[in-house]
Design a protein around this ligand. Sequence first.
Ligand SMILES: *Cc1c(COP(=O)(O)O)cnc(C)c1O
Length: 392
Amino acid sequence: MVKARYKCNSCATEYPISTEITLCQKCNHPDSSDWSSTPLQGVLDVIYDYDQLKKNFCSFHPLDLMPVEREHFSYLARDEFTPLWRPNNLQKKLGLPKLLVKDDSTLPTGSLKDRASMLVAAFAQREGVDKIVLASTGNAASSMAGIGAAHGLEVIIFLPKAAPAAKLIQSRQYGASVNLVDGNYDLAYQQSYNYYQEHGGICRNTAMNPLTIEGKKSVSLEIYRQLDNQPPDVVFVPTGDGAIISGVYKGFVDLLQLGLIQKIPTIYAAQAKGSAAIHHAFNSGNFSPITASTVADSISVDVPKGGARALSYLQMFGGKTVVVSDQEILEAQHLLASTSGIFTEPAGAASLAGLLQVKQSISPTDSVVLLATGHGLKDPIPPFSLRKGILD
Ligand SMILES: *Cc1c(COP(=O)(O)O)cnc(C)c1O
């Protein structure tokens, strides 16, 4: 494995990768931060010695580009990618012959969060740490619970009371300790951090733990591999906290650093209208507090913890944002399911809803990838038309 280290994305200070360091100590020491009102500053990136990597690069597996050796992973020990579907009917309907869907609902616990949990669990195993603490809107919890179970880890979860029942049940089935928080995700985030400070272990809170973004980047490496070592032109990413989109960028940036691709795809952050903090900051230049409200619980967040990181990637690489209503999300969810057989939860359908909204700016020759980030049965709701009582 190639040597890796942490580097602050705002002041460039470097740190060794350890269980304690999570945010840049100069830009944002966790003890002094108030994360109920602003995105985290001083988020760390994992960086590698790219020249050394280039020299030894012959066969390329996504796990070769991770800061933990392959032997510590219990999943993905083989070439196990999630499918990149070719949705023929949807392609025809939209006039986009190169439209593809990356279906991460086929990961062990049914959401893209497993990519982060796998790296965190492998890291914990290597470091001999047996406890993981985290806050979640639901999927990160069930993911860490499941992947943690496979690694024999104790997983302690802080979850808002309003989280979908399926995700709570999943976490309990996997044997995690679940603390239901009488408040929103932001409060759960604070309580989980307090717990971590008192009891130790590894804190897997998204954005705060750099390994969550690093783990999620494998989705881009896989897409590149599945497109015969080419990047797509456009990627749509459901976005709440902003960690997935940063992970997607990080994967392509690594490929760029290695000279394997020449340009970063155009990446759209697809946000729900009622939870669009990153979109607003992208347009106005700064983050202002919102009270999130959307049917897509996995992208419902008042203060996007990874917002600063996501924003800097979007600005650096010509990314775009698109905002979609709950109705558009639910209609896109049904369209995807009924034309392609891919049933994704509402948050996962934000990517198709986003594409439908900006379709005029997409060329039929573009290769377009939609991320379907989580399984529909995790948050089952009937199609919008039926909810309204209209049988069409
Ligand atoms: C977590 C999650 C998202 C959003 O990811 P962020 O990193 O919060 O932007 C989207 N879809 C699903 C299914 C998720 O679980």
